[in-house]
Design a protein around this ligand. Structure first.
Ligand SMILES: Cc1ncc(COP(=O)(O)O)c(C=O)c1O
Length: 314
Protein backbone atom coordinates (compact mmCIF):
# COMPACT_ATOMS: atom_id res chain seq x y z
CA UNK A 1 0.00 0.00 0.00
CA UNK A 2 1.28 3.46 -0.74
CA UNK A 3 -1.57 5.88 -0.01
CA UNK A 4 -4.56 5.82 2.35
CA UNK A 5 -7.50 8.22 2.18
CA UNK A 6 -10.96 7.85 3.68
CA UNK A 7 -11.96 4.19 3.55
CA UNK A 8 -9.55 3.22 0.74
CA UNK A 9 -5.92 2.27 0.30
CA UNK A 10 -4.11 2.67 -2.98
CA UNK A 11 -1.46 0.08 -3.76
CA UNK A 12 1.78 0.42 -5.72
CA UNK A 13 -0.07 -0.42 -8.98
CA UNK A 14 -2.67 2.30 -8.40
CA UNK A 15 -5.46 -0.13 -7.39
CA UNK A 16 -8.03 1.12 -4.89
CA UNK A 17 -8.63 -1.29 -2.02
CA UNK A 18 -11.48 -0.91 0.44
CA UNK A 19 -10.13 -1.02 3.99
CA UNK A 20 -12.69 -3.31 5.59
CA UNK A 21 -10.52 -3.65 8.71
CA UNK A 22 -10.13 0.09 9.42
CA UNK A 23 -6.36 -0.32 9.48
CA UNK A 24 -6.66 -3.29 11.85
CA UNK A 25 -9.03 -1.17 13.96
CA UNK A 26 -6.63 1.70 14.43
CA UNK A 27 -8.16 4.10 11.88
CA UNK A 28 -11.84 3.97 12.71
CA UNK A 29 -12.24 7.66 11.85
CA UNK A 30 -10.93 7.01 8.33
CA UNK A 31 -7.50 7.49 6.77
CA UNK A 32 -5.84 10.85 6.15
CA UNK A 33 -8.27 12.99 8.18
CA UNK A 34 -6.97 16.54 7.97
CA UNK A 35 -7.92 17.50 11.52
CA UNK A 36 -6.00 14.47 12.86
CA UNK A 37 -2.98 15.31 10.70
CA UNK A 38 -3.10 18.92 12.00
CA UNK A 39 -3.37 17.84 15.66
CA UNK A 40 -0.51 15.32 15.36
CA UNK A 41 1.72 17.87 13.55
CA UNK A 42 1.00 20.55 16.16
CA UNK A 43 1.89 18.17 18.98
CA UNK A 44 5.13 17.07 17.32
CA UNK A 45 6.09 20.73 16.87
CA UNK A 46 5.38 21.45 20.55
CA UNK A 47 6.93 18.33 22.08
CA UNK A 48 7.65 15.17 20.14
CA UNK A 49 8.62 12.86 22.99
CA UNK A 50 9.28 12.75 26.70
CA UNK A 51 10.45 9.66 28.63
CA UNK A 52 7.80 7.56 30.33
CA UNK A 53 10.04 6.71 33.29
CA UNK A 54 9.51 9.11 36.21
CA UNK A 55 7.98 11.71 33.86
CA UNK A 56 4.42 12.47 32.96
CA UNK A 57 2.77 14.46 30.21
CA UNK A 58 -0.31 16.56 30.95
CA UNK A 59 -2.19 15.28 27.89
CA UNK A 60 -1.79 11.63 28.91
CA UNK A 61 -3.52 12.41 32.24
CA UNK A 62 -6.23 14.29 30.36
CA UNK A 63 -6.81 11.34 28.04
CA UNK A 64 -6.77 8.84 30.94
CA UNK A 65 -9.45 10.86 32.74
CA UNK A 66 -11.56 11.03 29.60
CA UNK A 67 -11.34 7.23 29.24
CA UNK A 68 -12.33 6.78 32.90
CA UNK A 69 -15.40 8.98 32.22
CA UNK A 70 -16.38 6.73 29.32
CA UNK A 71 -15.84 3.36 31.01
CA UNK A 72 -18.26 1.75 33.52
CA UNK A 73 -17.85 2.46 37.23
CA UNK A 74 -14.97 0.62 38.82
CA UNK A 75 -12.80 0.76 35.69
CA UNK A 76 -10.91 3.81 36.82
CA UNK A 77 -7.27 3.05 36.12
CA UNK A 78 -5.71 3.48 32.70
CA UNK A 79 -2.42 2.02 31.49
CA UNK A 80 -1.30 3.17 28.06
CA UNK A 81 0.50 0.80 25.73
CA UNK A 82 1.70 1.00 22.15
CA UNK A 83 0.10 -2.08 20.61
CA UNK A 84 -2.27 -4.97 21.18
CA UNK A 85 0.62 -7.37 21.79
CA UNK A 86 2.13 -5.11 24.43
CA UNK A 87 -1.32 -4.73 25.97
CA UNK A 88 -1.70 -8.47 26.36
CA UNK A 89 1.71 -8.93 27.97
CA UNK A 90 0.91 -6.04 30.31
CA UNK A 91 -2.49 -7.55 31.19
CA UNK A 92 -0.84 -10.90 31.97
CA UNK A 93 1.68 -9.13 34.19
CA UNK A 94 -1.07 -7.23 35.99
CA UNK A 95 -2.97 -10.48 36.64
CA UNK A 96 0.16 -12.15 38.02
CA UNK A 97 1.01 -9.09 40.13
CA UNK A 98 -2.52 -9.02 41.53
CA UNK A 99 -2.36 -12.57 42.87
CA UNK A 100 1.20 -12.24 44.11
CA UNK A 101 0.34 -9.07 46.00
CA UNK A 102 -2.42 -11.02 47.72
CA UNK A 103 0.02 -13.74 48.74
CA UNK A 104 -1.11 -16.34 46.16
CA UNK A 105 2.23 -16.83 44.46
CA UNK A 106 1.17 -20.21 43.04
CA UNK A 107 -1.59 -18.69 40.92
CA UNK A 108 0.41 -18.44 37.76
CA UNK A 109 -1.56 -20.33 35.14
CA UNK A 110 -3.44 -18.61 32.33
CA UNK A 111 -6.42 -20.01 30.52
CA UNK A 112 -6.75 -19.24 26.83
CA UNK A 113 -8.88 -20.52 24.02
CA UNK A 114 -7.79 -22.69 21.14
CA UNK A 115 -7.45 -20.56 18.00
CA UNK A 116 -7.41 -17.40 20.15
CA UNK A 117 -5.03 -14.67 18.95
CA UNK A 118 -3.40 -12.38 21.48
CA UNK A 119 -0.63 -10.84 19.47
CA UNK A 120 2.94 -11.85 18.84
CA UNK A 121 4.74 -10.96 22.06
CA UNK A 122 6.11 -13.44 24.58
CA UNK A 123 3.01 -13.88 26.74
CA UNK A 124 0.55 -13.42 23.89
CA UNK A 125 1.85 -16.40 21.89
CA UNK A 126 1.65 -18.57 25.03
CA UNK A 127 -1.86 -17.66 26.08
CA UNK A 128 -3.02 -17.57 22.46
CA UNK A 129 -4.29 -20.82 21.02
CA UNK A 130 -2.38 -20.91 17.74
CA UNK A 131 0.33 -23.56 18.06
CA UNK A 132 2.08 -22.37 14.91
CA UNK A 133 2.84 -18.99 16.52
CA UNK A 134 5.03 -20.58 19.18
CA UNK A 135 6.49 -23.36 17.10
CA UNK A 136 9.92 -21.76 17.11
CA UNK A 137 9.92 -20.80 20.78
CA UNK A 138 8.07 -23.51 22.69
CA UNK A 139 5.55 -22.73 25.39
CA UNK A 140 6.29 -19.33 26.90
CA UNK A 141 3.93 -18.68 29.82
CA UNK A 142 2.09 -21.46 31.66
CA UNK A 143 -1.17 -21.51 29.75
CA UNK A 144 -3.84 -24.05 29.09
CA UNK A 145 -6.45 -23.83 26.35
CA UNK A 146 -10.12 -24.61 26.34
CA UNK A 147 -12.27 -25.24 23.28
CA UNK A 148 -12.90 -22.46 20.80
CA UNK A 149 -16.34 -21.44 19.56
CA UNK A 150 -15.44 -20.82 15.94
CA UNK A 151 -17.77 -23.43 14.55
CA UNK A 152 -18.44 -23.95 10.87
CA UNK A 153 -22.20 -23.71 11.36
CA UNK A 154 -21.86 -20.40 13.18
CA UNK A 155 -20.30 -18.62 10.23
CA UNK A 156 -22.11 -15.46 9.21
CA UNK A 157 -24.35 -15.58 12.31
CA UNK A 158 -26.24 -12.44 13.13
CA UNK A 159 -26.00 -11.65 16.83
CA UNK A 160 -25.51 -14.58 19.17
CA UNK A 161 -24.94 -17.82 17.21
CA UNK A 162 -27.39 -20.64 17.85
CA UNK A 163 -24.99 -23.52 18.18
CA UNK A 164 -22.03 -23.76 20.46
CA UNK A 165 -22.99 -26.85 22.25
CA UNK A 166 -19.90 -28.82 21.29
CA UNK A 167 -17.60 -26.13 22.61
CA UNK A 168 -19.63 -25.91 25.77
CA UNK A 169 -19.57 -29.67 26.09
CA UNK A 170 -15.80 -29.69 25.75
CA UNK A 171 -15.48 -27.16 28.55
CA UNK A 172 -17.85 -29.26 30.61
CA UNK A 173 -15.91 -32.48 29.94
CA UNK A 174 -12.75 -30.67 30.83
CA UNK A 175 -14.09 -29.47 34.14
CA UNK A 176 -15.62 -32.85 34.92
CA UNK A 177 -12.29 -34.51 34.36
CA UNK A 178 -10.55 -32.14 36.69
CA UNK A 179 -13.21 -32.33 39.38
CA UNK A 180 -14.67 -35.80 39.22
CA UNK A 181 -12.38 -38.25 37.56
CA UNK A 182 -11.17 -41.02 39.79
CA UNK A 183 -9.58 -43.01 37.03
CA UNK A 184 -6.04 -44.14 37.39
CA UNK A 185 -3.34 -42.16 35.71
CA UNK A 186 -0.20 -43.92 34.68
CA UNK A 187 3.14 -42.29 34.25
CA UNK A 188 5.01 -44.66 32.00
CA UNK A 189 8.61 -45.34 31.20
CA UNK A 190 9.99 -43.06 33.88
CA UNK A 191 12.91 -45.38 34.51
CA UNK A 192 14.45 -45.96 37.92
CA UNK A 193 12.73 -44.18 40.80
CA UNK A 194 13.90 -40.62 41.24
CA UNK A 195 15.77 -40.47 37.92
CA UNK A 196 14.43 -37.80 35.64
CA UNK A 197 14.22 -38.97 32.06
CA UNK A 198 15.96 -36.88 29.43
CA UNK A 199 12.70 -36.69 27.53
CA UNK A 200 9.42 -35.49 28.93
CA UNK A 201 6.42 -37.72 28.53
CA UNK A 202 2.95 -38.20 29.74
CA UNK A 203 0.71 -41.26 29.51
CA UNK A 204 -2.97 -41.67 29.89
CA UNK A 205 -4.92 -44.88 30.23
CA UNK A 206 -8.34 -43.33 30.31
CA UNK A 207 -9.18 -44.46 26.83
CA UNK A 208 -9.32 -47.99 25.51
CA UNK A 209 -5.82 -47.44 24.28
CA UNK A 210 -3.15 -46.37 26.62
CA UNK A 211 -1.51 -43.46 24.96
CA UNK A 212 1.63 -41.50 25.64
CA UNK A 213 2.84 -38.15 24.43
CA UNK A 214 6.53 -37.50 24.14
CA UNK A 215 8.41 -34.24 24.21
CA UNK A 216 11.89 -35.21 23.02
CA UNK A 217 13.66 -31.89 23.54
CA UNK A 218 11.72 -30.91 26.68
CA UNK A 219 10.61 -27.61 25.23
CA UNK A 220 7.06 -28.23 26.38
CA UNK A 221 5.74 -29.13 22.94
CA UNK A 222 4.81 -32.70 22.09
CA UNK A 223 6.75 -34.25 19.22
CA UNK A 224 4.57 -37.32 18.81
CA UNK A 225 1.89 -39.45 20.41
CA UNK A 226 1.90 -43.24 20.57
CA UNK A 227 0.21 -46.24 22.15
CA UNK A 228 2.23 -47.27 25.14
CA UNK A 229 2.09 -51.03 24.82
CA UNK A 230 2.66 -51.43 21.10
CA UNK A 231 4.85 -48.30 20.79
CA UNK A 232 2.96 -47.45 17.60
CA UNK A 233 2.93 -43.73 16.79
CA UNK A 234 -0.42 -42.36 15.64
CA UNK A 235 0.26 -38.64 15.44
CA UNK A 236 3.26 -36.39 15.20
CA UNK A 237 3.78 -32.68 15.18
CA UNK A 238 4.35 -31.17 11.74
CA UNK A 239 8.10 -31.15 11.13
CA UNK A 240 8.87 -33.62 13.95
CA UNK A 241 8.55 -36.89 12.04
CA UNK A 242 12.31 -37.34 12.03
CA UNK A 243 12.35 -37.17 15.83
CA UNK A 244 10.46 -40.46 16.10
CA UNK A 245 13.00 -43.09 17.24
CA UNK A 246 13.78 -45.69 14.58
CA UNK A 247 12.66 -48.58 16.79
CA UNK A 248 9.11 -47.24 17.05
CA UNK A 249 6.47 -48.22 14.55
CA UNK A 250 4.35 -45.62 12.75
CA UNK A 251 0.68 -46.51 12.35
CA UNK A 252 -0.41 -46.81 8.72
CA UNK A 253 -3.08 -44.16 9.31
CA UNK A 254 -0.84 -41.91 11.39
CA UNK A 255 -1.05 -38.24 10.52
CA UNK A 256 0.34 -34.87 11.48
CA UNK A 257 -1.38 -33.19 14.45
CA UNK A 258 -3.75 -30.38 13.61
CA UNK A 259 -2.47 -27.04 14.86
CA UNK A 260 -5.11 -26.90 17.61
CA UNK A 261 -3.84 -30.17 18.98
CA UNK A 262 -0.31 -28.84 19.16
CA UNK A 263 -1.72 -25.99 21.23
CA UNK A 264 -3.58 -28.44 23.47
CA UNK A 265 -0.58 -30.60 24.11
CA UNK A 266 1.90 -27.87 24.69
CA UNK A 267 2.16 -28.65 28.35
CA UNK A 268 3.65 -32.05 28.78
CA UNK A 269 5.18 -32.26 32.15
CA UNK A 270 7.36 -34.69 33.91
CA UNK A 271 4.76 -36.65 35.82
CA UNK A 272 6.05 -38.33 38.94
CA UNK A 273 4.92 -39.13 42.48
CA UNK A 274 5.18 -35.50 43.46
CA UNK A 275 2.91 -34.24 40.69
CA UNK A 276 -0.30 -33.24 42.41
CA UNK A 277 -3.51 -35.09 41.67
CA UNK A 278 -5.19 -31.99 40.30
CA UNK A 279 -2.30 -31.19 38.05
CA UNK A 280 -2.31 -34.70 36.62
CA UNK A 281 -6.01 -34.48 35.95
CA UNK A 282 -5.57 -31.12 34.37
CA UNK A 283 -2.79 -32.24 32.05
CA UNK A 284 -4.81 -35.25 31.06
CA UNK A 285 -7.95 -33.19 30.50
CA UNK A 286 -6.23 -30.88 28.03
CA UNK A 287 -4.78 -33.69 26.00
CA UNK A 288 -7.76 -35.99 26.11
CA UNK A 289 -10.31 -33.75 24.50
CA UNK A 290 -8.67 -33.62 21.10
CA UNK A 291 -7.45 -37.21 21.18
CA UNK A 292 -10.98 -38.39 21.71
CA UNK A 293 -11.69 -37.19 18.21
CA UNK A 294 -8.45 -38.58 16.74
CA UNK A 295 -8.62 -42.10 18.14
CA UNK A 296 -11.81 -43.24 16.45
CA UNK A 297 -10.12 -42.45 13.13
CA UNK A 298 -7.26 -44.78 14.01
CA UNK A 299 -9.73 -47.42 15.24
CA UNK A 300 -11.71 -47.15 11.98
CA UNK A 301 -8.47 -47.46 10.06
CA UNK A 302 -7.54 -50.65 11.95
CA UNK A 303 -10.99 -52.04 11.36
CA UNK A 304 -10.82 -51.16 7.66
CA UNK A 305 -7.48 -52.88 7.16
CA UNK A 306 -8.63 -55.96 9.16
CA UNK A 307 -11.67 -56.19 6.92
CA UNK A 308 -9.71 -55.82 3.71
CA UNK A 309 -7.26 -58.50 4.92
CA UNK A 310 -10.24 -60.73 5.73
CA UNK A 311 -11.70 -60.17 2.26
CA UNK A 312 -8.51 -60.96 0.41
CA UNK A 313 -8.03 -64.15 2.44
CA UNK A 314 -11.61 -65.14 1.90
C1 LIG B 1 -7.25 -9.86 20.75
C2 LIG B 1 -5.97 -9.32 20.19
N1 LIG B 1 -4.89 -9.23 20.99
C3 LIG B 1 -3.71 -8.75 20.51
C4 LIG B 1 -3.58 -8.33 19.20
C5 LIG B 1 -2.26 -7.82 18.71
O1 LIG B 1 -2.27 -6.48 18.44
P1 LIG B 1 -1.05 -5.76 17.71
O2 LIG B 1 -1.04 -6.23 16.28
O3 LIG B 1 -1.37 -4.29 17.83
O4 LIG B 1 0.21 -6.14 18.42
C6 LIG B 1 -4.68 -8.39 18.35
C7 LIG B 1 -4.54 -7.97 16.95
O5 LIG B 1 -5.27 -8.38 16.07
C8 LIG B 1 -5.90 -8.91 18.84
O6 LIG B 1 -6.98 -9.00 18.06
Amino acid sequence: MVVAKGAYYTDADGRQIFDGLSGLWTCGAGHGREEITRAVSAQIAEMDYSPGFQFGHALSFQLANKIVDLTPDGLDHVFFTDSGSETIDTALKIARAYWRSRGHTGKSKFIGRMKGYHGANYGGVGVGGIGFNRKLFGQTVDADHIAHTLLEENRFSKGMPESGFRALLMVFIRLSIVLLSQLALAACGLGAAGVRPTISLYCDNFLVYKMCARDMDRDGIVEFVYFEESEVVFMWREGARDDIPADMEIHQCAEAMPSELVATTNRVFFVDDETSYLERQDIRGGMMIEYITALPRVAACNLGSDQSRGESHG
